[in-house]
Write a protein that binds this ligand. Structure first.
Ligand code: ATP
Ligand code: MG
Length: 330
């Protein structure tokens, strides 16, 4: 970049600077360089060097701490759930209705804790760059069908109409199918949770601008414009009474955003309070040469085109807002 500025001063765009992180011995240094020009002549740079070793180490300790705590929490939850199930099945004799209520509350909250711990583990893996995923030829229409089938019981319970508008014969995308299921499940779960009975949740998938666009649209409570930018932050939950009445930690959309970006996709929301919300994420479509390869064989016998374990570079998330965890849900 510096050579480019020196050789071709006109290539410089106002506000441009070089931002790098270098390791010098056991210190980590952040470097900011901005060019100085006299007329059209490059005369040098203004350079700011900052020792950020302590910040980097604090961040590393934070990530390691979350990872360790999540692992440690997982171990005792398993027997709590197991024994609650056994008692509910009557393994230790019949319970009174009150005892059954108490046991059901223990089980429901232990289930909730399991989900929270698995979200925390996912986040810590994402932040430390240890989340592995394998990209392969993935059929979005199949995933939409499976995820919707899994949520039909929830939708019926909440008196919601849940349906797909996925286009026919969609091209395959390059993605980790398990992670796409995780992304879509989080969005559909939110849409079902934050829509009042009698509403509708629709999942669409279509090709637009050379990418796959997958949309989850609901007729729910919506999100006010001033907080639409915050819903992807960790631990953010709206103040709406319906949101506060449902147990949740505000990690779902933060994970969705990281997972989508790992696929080089984008995710955004359009919403109007009282009318509904539409969450859209994009995924890259399989390159044309690989599509040709696919067309030679039947779909049933399709091969993994690229099954590599990919380690994702660490993201640099903002410090977490105060956690609003542990809404008891008796
Ligand atoms: N479809 C939606 N309609 C209205 N509000 C939504 C919708 N999806 C998300 N939100 C808002 O964004 C917030 C963050 O969503 P997110 O999925 O990250 O967390 P959560 O659902 O509260 O908890 P969990 O971590 O268990 O998913 C929600 O609490 C809610 O306020
Ligand atoms: Mg959620």
């Amino acid at each position: 970049m510096i050579r480019e500025w020196a050789a071709n001063p006109r290539s410089y765009r106002p506000g441009e600077f070089l931002d790098a992180r270098v390791t010098i011995g056991d210190r980590i240094v952040s470097v900011h360089l901005a060019p100085v020009f006299m007329g059209e002549e490059f005369v040098g740079t203004v350079s700011v060097f900052r020792d950020i070793t302590a910040e980097v180490e604090a961040e590393r300790s934070r990530v390691e701490f979350i990872s360790m705590v999540s692992h440690e929490l997982r171990t005792p939850i398993t027997p709590i759930l197991g024994y609650a199930d056994l008692l509910l099945m009557g393994a230790a004799g019949e319970q009174t209705p009150v005892e059954r209520d108490f046991l059901t509350a223990i089980k429901r909250n232990a289930d909730r804790l399991t989900l929270l711990v698995s979200d925390l583990l996912d986040l810590s893996r994402i932040e430390s760059g240890r989340l592995e995923f394998s990209l392969q030829e993935t059929h979005v229409d199949e995933i939409v069908g499976n995820v919707l089938a899994g949520f039909q019981a929830t939708a019926r319970e909440r008196r919601l109409l849940l349906r797909s508008e996925a286009e026919a014969s969609l091209p395959p995308v390059m993605a980790d199918p398990n992670r796409v299921v995780q992304i879509l499940s989080n969005l559909v779960a939110n849409a079902c949770q934050y829509t009042l009975p009698g509403g509708e949740v629709v999942v669409c998938a279509r090709v637009e601008g050379g990418e796959m666009h997958i949309t989850v649209r609901d007729t729910g409570i919506g999100i006010p414009p001033e907080i639409q930018g915050k819903v992807f932050d960790r631990f953010f939950r709206a103040d709406h009474p319906l949101v506060q009445s449902v147990p949740g930690t505000g990690l779902g959309l933060a994970i969705v955003k990281s997972l989508v970006e790992m696929h080089r996709g984008r995710v955004w929301v359009e919403s109007e309070p009282g009318t509904g919300s539409t969450f859209t994420f994009t995924l890259p479509i399989l390159p044309v040469d690989q599509m040709a390869l696919r067309q030679r064989g039947p779909r049933a016998g399709r091969k993994r085109l690229e099954a590599r374990a990919q380690t994702v570079p660490p993201t640099h998330p903002k410090p977490a807002a105060p956690a609003r965890m542990g809404q008891e849900s008796r």
